[in-house]
Structures are given as C-alpha cells and as structure tokens.
Design a binder for this molecule. Sequence first.
Ligand SMILES: Cc1cc2nc3c(=O)[nH]c(=O)nc-3n(C[C@H](O)[C@H](O)[C@H](O)COP(=O)(O)O)c2cc1C
Length: 215
Amino acid sequence: MRPAGRFGVNAILKAVSRSINMYDGDQANLASLNGRRIAVGVCAGIASYKVCSVVSTLAQAGAEVTVAMTADAQRFVAPLVFQSLAGRPVLTSAWESANPADPQHIRAASALDAFLIAPCTMDMLAKLASGQCDDMVSLLAASIDRTKTKVLVAPSMNEAMWRQPATQRNLVTLRADGFIILEPATGWQACRAVGPGRLPEPDALVDALASSLRA
Ligand SMILES: Cc1cc2nc3c(=O)[nH]c(=O)nc-3n(C[C@H](O)[C@H](O)[C@H](O)COP(=O)(O)O)c2cc1C
C-alpha cells in the first residue's frame, strides 16, 4: 500500500478539511477581525490559490473584505472566485468606477483598517518601492496613508527571484517606507525548486493581519 506521505491520503484529507473549515489558529486573534474593513491585493503569483482561503477565513470571521487584483493575477484565479468568497465586488480596474468624482481607489483606501498584498510578486515589490501605481493593487497601496492604515506585504516567488539584488534592495526600501514585510517561508516551490520564497500558509497570513490590527 502507498504510504501516506506528502501526497498521501492524510495530506489530501487535511487539505480538503482546511478548504472547508480552514482556520486552525488562535480564535481570539480571529475574533478581532470581526467588523474590520480589510483589503487583499492579489498579484500574479502561483501562490494566489492560497489567498482564496485567506479571503474566506476573513469573511467567516466577520470582516468586510475587498479584493483587488492585478491584470495578470486574473490569469491564475478568476475574480469571480474572490467575489464569491468575499461576497463583494472585486476591484480589477481603476477605470470601472461609476462616478469619476468619487474614484473607487480613494474611497476604498480611506475606509480600510488594513491592506494585505499576497502573493506580492517580484514585479509588485519593484512597483511599490518606486511608487508606480498603474494597476489596481499598487494604486490602492498608493492611496493609503500608512501612518493610519497598516499595509502588509507577503512576497512570494522562486528562490532565485527572491535572492535577486533588486528584490532585496526593494525590500529594504519598503521597510524604510513603513510597509510591513511578512517573511516568506522556505521549502518546496511550484517551479520544482526548494528554497526561500514560499507564501506563508493562509492561517499565518490571517494571524499576521489580526496581530497588526491589535498592535
Ligand atoms: C506560471 C507562472 C508562475 C509565476 N509565479 C510567480 C511567482 O510566484 N512570483 C512572482 O514574483 N512572479 C511569478 N510569475 C511572474 C509574474 O506572473 C509576472 O512577473 C507578472 O507580470 C506579474 O504581474 P503583477 O505583478 O502585475 O501581478 C509567474 C509567472 C508564470 C507564468
């Protein structure tokens, strides 16, 4: 009989039960998310599938969740998935606002308690570090006053991309600019490499958000 290893029955059952019930962490932490207004910015990383669980857990905890996606992120996960999980429209374009006098990114940014960017691509790190804002995620980030609203960035990428001097430089800049950088995990990567750059598991991202709101 095949042993229950990484891809064995136990692992599959655990993954299925996580996808239904999910959060396995500190319930008091989770309770602190009730009624909070949280945005989740999704970029075009392979780990975007994990963020579906994050959004669902936040919604189940009573948070009002707004998801913003880059154009390339929509190649990985359809906005409809996030819309269904969050129970709210997904921001995919700055140009869809019904009222030009009330730009949606300004309105959304001013109403937030926290913004989590996950997965944050190497590309998005560079954009945030240089102040570019030509997509819905970077535009939302650019519209947030970080002295009032925490912006958490969860980078996720191949280990060679993570080690690039440009990536490391951008991380230094972002920390100095007041972004909260969540360290990636080390391990198996979808590109068959093993190393630093894995997106932390959904519970860890939820815990980081909750802790930032309690701080
Ligand atoms: C299959 C595939 C997986 C990718 N995974 C990642 C990733 O995990 N992290 C990353 O930084 N870039 C990754 N990329 C590259 C980005 O998708 C690419 O740089 C994209 O233009 C970034 O778009 P965004 O930053 O606007 O979301 C991947 C590309 C492909 C084709």
